[in-house]
Design a protein around this ligand. Structure first.
Ligand SMILES: CC(C)=CCC/C(C)=C/CC/C(C)=C/CC/C(C)=C/COC[C@H](O)COP(=O)(O)O
Ligand SMILES: CC(C)=CCC/C(C)=C/CC/C(C)=C/CC/C(C)=C/COP(=O)(O)OP(=O)(O)O
Ligand SMILES: [Mg+2]
Length: 276
């Protein structure tokens, strides 16, 4: 058992980004950073949830990851599956205790989100497009979590719409990348059921919808700092072009990685716009 596997299996880069998005949701909801305790609790509840979700995901994806991602901790033997199951449940439990310290709505939303992540990994992922929508809804719920924690919505709804749309695009394109392993396990993902080209059209359409939605905050009078979103939109459009041009594994990998970069850059743009 490798100690670093306990960090690696949580995909800390996703968790940290998600935690920042939770805080960003609070900021754009009330127009300023909430008090230190609320900020810390929002960050921890989201990161612990994301960590538990990624861990339980690898627990149930063990057979598929032996083909698609043999370098991950479980297929390479750095952690056993039973430990991963108990570890994920511990992460969720700690997250729920902290969520209860925020307010009852934050506790309930965390309970629903954590249950959705477990259900996705256990049963929903193989369902064509349904699994993609669940993951995207969870990413959209992240800024809303920050808003619920400060009991105000503000511009967090716009952030949630953008998060949902860009992650639908990315999840569909990730499924195009993973067709080989998914086929071997009999997973009925969208590209397998509907064809890689049709799935590429759908993924690109959601990428374009993300660009359209990214201008919504401007209608609400967000400041000049928001124009940092323009290069983000260009990255998203290029990712859409890549997957339309070719649906092979390499093109899908480049396209979904570019969308991940756009998510990171967009979060920075929203932070600049919210704090400038
Ligand atoms: C206009 C625009 C792009 C706005 C950005 C909206 C926004 C705030 C997005 C943030 C979404 C979010 C909470 C991201 C957290 C990290 C993340 C990508 C979670 C989804 O992970 C599922 C994915 O399948 C994991 O795969 P991988 O990244 O390859 O490990
Ligand atoms: C709202 C609260 C309290 C928490 C939200 C926590 C977040 C940010 C969830 C975002 C979605 C997420 C990280 C879900 C976890 C499950 C997961 C990793 C889904 C994607 O897994 P696969 O579809 O198997 O793709 P991989 O090939 O990357 O494993
Ligand atoms: Mg997985």
């Amino acid at each position: 058992m490798e100690f670093k596997a306990f960090i690696e299996i949580t995909r800390p880069h996703n968790c940290a980004l998600a935690g920042v998005v939770g805080i960003l949701g609070s900021i754009v909801a009330v127009g300023h950073l909430p008090d230190a305790l609320t900020t810390a609790l929002v960050f921890l509840v989201v990161t612990l949830g994301c960590a538990g979700g990624n861990t339980i995901n690898d627990y149930f994806d063990y057979e598929i990851d032996k083909i698609n991602r043999p370098d991950r901790p479980l297929p390479r033997g750095a952690m056993d599956r039973r430990t991963a199951l108990h570890y994920s449940l511990l992460l969720f439990a700690v997250g729920l205790v902290l969520a209860y310290m925020i307010n009852v709505y934050a506790f309930l939303l965390a309970l629903v989100a954590y249950a959705a992540m477990f259900l996705y990994a256990w049963k929903l992922k193989p369902l064509p497009f349904v699994g993609n929508l669940v993951v995207a809804a969870l990413t959209g719920a992240t800024p809303l979590y920050g808003a619920v924690s400060v009991e105000h919505l503000g511009l967090a709804g716009y952030l949630a719409v953008c998060a949902f749309l860009v992650n639908v695009a990315r999840e569909v394109i990730k499924d195009i990348e993973d067709v080989e392993g998914d086929l071997a396990k009999g997973a009925r993902t969208l590209p397998i059921v509907w064809g890689k080209r049709n799935a590429a059209y759908l993924g690109a359409a959601f990428a374009v919808l993300t660009v359209v939605a990214s201008f919504l905050p401007i209608t609400a009078g967000v400041g000049l700092g928001y124009y940092a979103m323009v290069p983000v939109d260009l990255v998203i459009l290029y990712a859409a072009y890549l997957i339309l041009r070719s649906q092979d594994r390499e093109a899908a990998h480049s396209s979904q990685k570019l969308l991940k970069v756009s998510i990171f850059l967009a979060v920075m743009a929203f932070l600049i716009a919210a704090l400038v």
